[in-house]
Ligand binder design. Structure first.
Ligand SMILES: [Zn+2]
Ligand SMILES: [Zn+2]
Length: 305
């Protein structure tokens, strides 16, 4: 068992290292590695450290970032020092809460996901900053400290495309997603006229694209969007997107658009695994319909009149 546990730990470290290498320009091999069997991954000699696990937990909101960048602290990261963060990750993701990097936890961390964090600190200090989540009533969650949209007509602009996804295909996928949100909110979503700047700007970007949230190349993180009234909705241009029916290697653009528009309207990640606003979505998965949790969430921000 101990041997299996250490293998799983090494596997997690590898996956997280690849994920966290987002500042490195070339990650063209990462998708291939992730899709290989654990044995092959372990054989590929890309080992990181527990510090990379810590960075993963920090990046997605399960652990507070240290106040300074004292790199000497990196060597002090141990599995037990991550106990609270791993426990919170497990609780949020409906896993057995062991506080350890067991196989279930490793598998979930390997699943591709949205780039937005799962938990937003909402004031206070120390451990109490995260205690709010443990007492959450609904599964959905709205962003803290945002300014919800007050206008009814929300416009959008397509900023960039990639060769594999034409403007027409991007428009069609987004129109499908907008229709679902329009059905449960007061909003009308309209494409801005030529030369106009929409309330939402939608496009594909790669690597570091100037918003402080660099994309990581193929795999891991598909997209991100900012809370109202920022309006930026970004897809990772390095991914294999599908605008029809995704293969097991492709990501469904409309499903991800539906999720990211939810962020742009003010919803944070839900802990309901069926919800569109759940953070993880794998290749080949289609989630083009809002679930009750998503509808309850958006109506908590924009109550029906
Ligand atoms: Zn998200
Ligand atoms: Zn971005």
């Amino acid at each position: 068992m101990a041997n299996l546990h250490s293998q799983l730990l090494l596997l997690l470290i590898l996956v997280v290292s690849l994920f966290l290498a987002s500042t490195q320009p070339s990650l063209a091999h990462s998708r291939k590695l992730i899709l290989q069997s654990p044995k092959k991954v372990a054989d590929s000699h890309h080992f990181g450290s527990l510090n990379d696990v810590r960075l993963y937990l920090e990046r997605f909101g399960y652990k507070e970032k240290p106040l300074d960048n004292d790199l000497t602290k990196d060597t002090l990261t141990t599995e037990s020092s991550l106990y609270a963060a791993i426990s919170l990750y497990q609780q949020t993701n409906h896993l057995n809460v062991t506080g350890k990097l067991d196989s279930e936890t490793v598998a979930r961390m390997m699943t591709p996901r949205c780039g937005m964090p799962d938990v937003f600190p909402s004031g206070g200090k120390g451990g109490s900053r995260y205690s709010k989540l443990l007492h959450v009533v609904g599964r959905y969650k709205a962003f803290d400290n945002m300014i919800p949209w007050t206008k009814v007509n929300i416009t959008y602009t397509f900023a960039t495309t990639i060769p594999l996804v034409s403007l027409e295909a991007l428009r069609k996928s987004c129109q499908g997603a907008f229709q679902h949100w329009a059905a449960v909110t007061p909003f009308h979503f309209l494409e801005a006229g030529k030369g106009e700047h929409g309330d939402l700007t939608i496009g594909f970007y790669s690597g570091d694209h100037g918003d402080g949230s660099p994309f990581d190349g193929p795999g891991h993180v598909w997209a991100h969007a900012f809370a109202p009234q920022d309006g930026r909705v970004h897809f990772d241009g390095s991914e294999q997107w599908s605008t029809t029916t995704p293969t097991s290697e492709e990501i469904d653009l409309e499903s991800v658009a539906l999720h990211e528009i939810g962020h742009a309207l003010g919803l944070n990640h839900s802990i309901d695994q069926n919800a569109v606003m759940y953070a993880y979505i794998g290749q080949g998965v289609v989630k083009r319909e809002l679930q009750q949790d998503d509808i309850d969430g958006i109506k908590s921000i924009y109550p029906p009149k």
